[in-house]
Design a protein around this ligand. Structure first.
Ligand code: G4P
Length: 285
């Protein structure tokens, strides 16, 4: 077991519940399967973060899927704090039996401790900052300010334990790795931005053509469909060139600067400028 995993397992013993933050644009790929195993039977609540930049319809579908599975999932936007008012009441509901048992033992008002977990870049810091700010809790007396296992008071009798973002070392599914790279959970320096942008555009052409057409003023329907082998290379690159040409991204000699176009596309996807979109639909929808 790695050090981080050992730390997580040890921290788990200190808390009543786990708040797992996932990225609403990739609800499947942003869930670390190692975390799931570690969490085991601990009561859990899922925060579908970045809902503001994910497809509204898909958000609803994912929430319904979780509900059917008996898991409380809340759509949230930790950038603005939207949806976070529901967090503490939802945790109390999830822990209702435990709270009743505490009360029966004369421990009414016992502090509820929640561990926050999630892969890098999913919004853990944003979540904790917003919760701390909303509660106007004092954090100066808390040990350390650097990321690590750190406690935060977010309300009377309510504490959050921050944990380092854990990404599993190897992605068995290539698509999972790719989607994590799209959202920025995997560092860019180990990924080829042009390749990534081509793959993303390929997906968008199939699933959200109107968004790229509107944003970049290009056509997407007149490109020959590619076979499995060439997907992400031929069609995606053609789209990247069209975007670069339209934006006037040229290098000396009049060639299109596709690298610049790629960076633009990835940035605009990541910050939501491209529109609200979700890359993973729940199975069966
Ligand atoms: P982490 O601790 O899990 O690593 O994530 P962190 O909170 O640092 O958030 C990573 C990025 O995601 C930040 O953007 C943050 O603003 C953004 N973010 C977090 N929650 C939301 C959300 O609900 N909606 C949207 N749209 N974005 C969110 P950044 O570009 O790295 O920094 P900055 O934009 O805050 O300067």
């Amino acid at each position: 077991m790695t050090r981080t995993k050992r730390q997580l397992a040890a921290s788990l013993k200190l808390v009543d519940c786990v708040a797992e933050i996932i990225d609403a644009r990739i609800p499947f790929s942003s869930r670390n399967p190692d975390l799931r195993k570690l969490i085991n039977n601990k009561p859990r609540i899922v925060l579908m973060n970045k809902c503001d930049i994910a497809d509204k319809t898909q958000n609803q579908k994912w929430i319904a899927v979780y509900k059917n599975a008996g898991i409380t999932a809340l759509p949230v936007d930790c950038k603005t704090g939207k949806g976070l008012n529901a967090f503490m009441p939802a945790v109390r509901t999830v822990l209702a039996d435990k709270i009743k048992a505490w009360e029966a033992k004369g421990m009414k008002g016992k502090t509820i401790k929640v561990m926050v977990v999630g892969i890098p870049n999913v919004g853990k810091s944003s979540f904790i900052n917003k919760m701390v700010k909303q509660s106007k809790a004092k954090v100066e007396d808390r040990p350390g300010v650097t990321r690590g296992n750190q406690w935060f008071t977010i309300g009377k009798g309510f504490e959050l334990l921050d944990t380092p973002g854990v990404l599993w070392p190897k992605f068995e599914d290539k698509l999972v790795g790719e989607r994590l790279a799209f959202t920025g959970a995997v560092k860019d320096d180990i990924m080829d931005m042009e390749y990534l942008a081509c793959r993303l555009l390929e997906f968008l052409k199939e699933n959200y053509p109107e968004l790229i057409e509107k944003r970049y003023g290009i056509r997407t329907d007149d490109i020959e469909p590619a076979d499995e082998e060439t997907i992400g290379c031929v069609v995606g690159f053609e789209l990247l060139e069209r975007i670069g040409r339209k934006r006037g991204f040229l290098v000396s000699g009049g060639e299109i600067n596709t690298e610049r176009a790629a960076i633009t596309v990835m940035d605009e996807f990541r910050n939501g400028t491209l529109g609200r979109l979700t890359l993973e639909k729940p199975k069966g929808y």
